[in-house]
Write a protein that binds this ligand. Structure first.
Ligand SMILES: [Zn+2]
Length: 368
């Protein structure tokens, strides 16, 4: 069997015609395998959904109980046969529950890795290297300029800033699923024992994480008096940094944790005073480390700077091509667009009701 017959890029996403399923479909389909719960990969309205238990839980939190016709939770490493195609899920190291999808038919193995990173993250299982013939890789940060460095050192910068400016609130913009909780865990690992305050839009997913790991003293912003925010760290969605909500805090410092913060112009453009380079995607070094290590002779690239990686693969003697799948991107960008269209009020309640609107059947927004 040729790889192009086993997994086929279609307008609805990557399709396995033999197995009759799609991976991270963009439109409602009969059978979906979902890599992780970020909204550009996990959408509501499919017939049957196969994913890790955590991904299914997170989808339920975002979209409501009726997000799919039926669901099947699959533990990492367990092999299933779907119409003669062997399918298994393996840790992607991206966010809690995130998985690479290994698809095998007649000895041919393709791994669709979804979003992934191969560096330490205390909030999810570490990335597993899965040998394969064809490796499908994201290319979100697929340019040599993107080097994320050490996330713990970035968090130290934030803690140093709270010591330098003990009167000022530090508003930490972070993507609400995965990034926010990873930052909390990194802050705790760095010895930050004070309460961490949460914007309304960060609460639900953080309490799900907190049920599975120790995240310390977490408090909703709305329950705290203004004086408590002096020198405090307040987690919020990136979109909240510049809006009315941020004005309640004493002389706030806008901090933003993202792989894009490597680009100084991007930080300035968003009014970020303290940029922190922390990403849940591989940087250039990670991508160029993982791709050859899979042993794949052929690399298919998607969402991001595909051309640079196609070229790099060529220099290493690897066949590579872009898949030209449209509709996936960096989840931070997706959320910024979602929030901009929904608006947020003072407690982030609009962001929560936006999630309810999605549960009522509206498709989740994708990147423009
Ligand atoms: Zn993602």
């Amino acid at each position: 069997m040729r790889p192009e017959s086993l997994l086929v890029p279609t307008p609805a996403g990557l399709c396995c015609p033999v197995g009759g399923f799609h991976i991270d479909p963009l439109r409602p389909v009969a059978r979906a395998v979902i890599t992780h719960a970020h909204s550009d990969h996990a959408r509501a309205g499919h017939g049957a959904v196969l994913a890790t238990a955590e991904t299914l839980d997170l989808m339920r939190l975002r979209y409501g109980e009726a997000f799919a016709g039926s669901v099947q939770a699959v533990p990492y490493g367990e092999r299933l046969t779907i119409d003669g195609v062997t399918v298994s899920l393996h840790p992607a190291g991206h966010v809690l529950g995130s998985a690479q999808v290994r698809v095998e038919k007649d000895g041919l193995v393709i791994v669709a890795s979804g979003d992934y990173k191969d560096v330490h993250d205390p909030t999810c299982a570490p990335f597993e290297l899965v040998p394969c013939h064809v490796f499908i890789s994201e290319a979100t940060f697929g340019l040599p300029v993107f080097r994320h460095g050490d996330a713990a050192a970035e968090v130290e910068k934030l803690i140093r800033s709270t010591r330098l400016f003990p009167e000022r609130a530090h508003l930490l913009g972070a993507y609400t699923l995965g990034k926010a909780q990873r930052l909390i865990a990194l802050l705790r690992a760095a010895g930050w024992e004070r309460p961490i305050h949460l914007h309304g839009a960060v609460e639900t997913i953080t309490s799900y994480y907190a049920g599975r790991m120790e995240l310390g003293d977490l408090r909703p912003v709305r329950d705290a008096a203004k004086a408590e925010f002096a020198g405090a760290i307040v987690l919020c969605p990136p979109s909240a940094l510049g809006d009315r909500w941020s004005r309640r805090f004493p002389d706030p410092i806008a901090c933003f944790a993202s792989g894009w913060m490597r680009i100084r112009a991007r930080a300035r453009q968003r009014g970020v005073e303290l940029p922190l380079v922390v990403s849940d995607h591989c940087d250039w070094d990670g991508l160029t480390r993982v791709i050859p290590a899979t042993g794949a002779e052929e690399i298919w690239l998607t969402h991001g700077a595909e051309e640079a990686l196609v070229h790099w693969c060529g220099t290493k003697g690897l066949r590579a091509k872009p898949l030209h799948l449209v509709g996936y991107g960096d989840e931070e960008e997706v959320e910024t667009i979602e929030a901009a269209t929904a608006g947020t009020d003072q407690d982030g309640t609009a962001a929560v009701s936006d999630q309810n609107a999605t549960a009522a059947g509206e498709p989740a927004g994708g990147p423009a």
